[in-house]
Design a protein around this ligand. Structure first.
Ligand SMILES: CC(C)(COP(=O)(O)OP(=O)(O)OC[C@H]1O[C@@H](n2cnc3c(N)ncnc32)[C@H](O)[C@@H]1OP(=O)(O)O)[C@@H](O)C(=O)NCCC(=O)NCCS
Length: 178
């Protein structure tokens, strides 16, 4: 795949929402209710949501752009963790949250995710962070393995509400400079 990793702009909001609709369900545990997934997409990952993320000065959205088609994206938020369970376990401050990290399934296992992660760490470093943290569903073995390969380690747990269900996430952290 010939592609570049670049910062998203407001023009990408619709394509980001379309990509999120394909990739978010892949991060959900097998028993997740389709209605809860649909509600999360509508309330958190819509085109309008992406427009507001892209307008937020604390947020950086990076995309894998293959000839105008978006094949992956990440969203970094450079602000203190709001969840007390997260704030209590982070050791490398200030820490940027890697809030979303998704690659289209046609490109899994091909190294694109590692390139995206490299760009994320570069963006966090440029913003002055010492650490980078994320939450990942405790059943998402592929993503956990990817994050461990990328230098993250588990430092705690938190909960994540998906509709009526409370899901359990691992909190993972890595230094911005290895
Ligand atoms: C997470 C994601 C970005 C990683 O990208 P990727 O291209 O799949 O990553 P890689 O192939 O480099 O690494 C995945 C690792 O998990 C392993 N793996 C795959 N399926 C697995 C499973 N069911 N259980 C355990 N490990 C698994 C792979 O073998 C690989 O490890 P290896 O390189 O040691 O063999 C991508 O899978 C993705 O977008 N997933 C869907 C959305 C998602 O879950 N995002 C994360 C939300 S927190």
């Amino acid at each position: 795949m010939t592609h570049q990793i670049r910062r998203a702009t407001a023009d990408d909001a619709g394509r980001l929402a379309a990509l999120a609709a394909v990739t978010f369900p892949l991060a959900c545990p097998p028993g997740s209710r389709p209605a809860d997934i649909a509600a999360h997409l509508a309330n958190t990952l819509s085109e309008a949501n992406f427009r507001s993320y892209l307008a937020d000065p604390a947020v950086t959205v990076l995309v894998i752009d293959a000839g105008g088609e978006l094949r992956g994206y990440s969203l970094l938020a450079a602000r203190p963790a709001r969840d007390p369970d997260v704030a209590a376990v982070l050791t490398l401050l200030p820490s940027t949250e890697l809030s979303k990290c998704y690659v289209h399934p046609d490109h899994h296992g091909l190294g694109a995710a590692a390139e995206l992660m490299h760009a994320c760490i570069g963006a966090a470093a440029a913003a002055g962070a010492r650490g980078i943290w994320l939450g990942v569903n405790d059943q998402n073995a592929r993503a956990i393995r990817f994050y461990e390969k990328s230098g993250f380690r588990k430092v705690g747990t938190k909960s994540f509400r998906l509709g009526s269900t409370v899901e359990h996430d691992f909190v993972m952290e890595r230094p911005v400079t290895p």
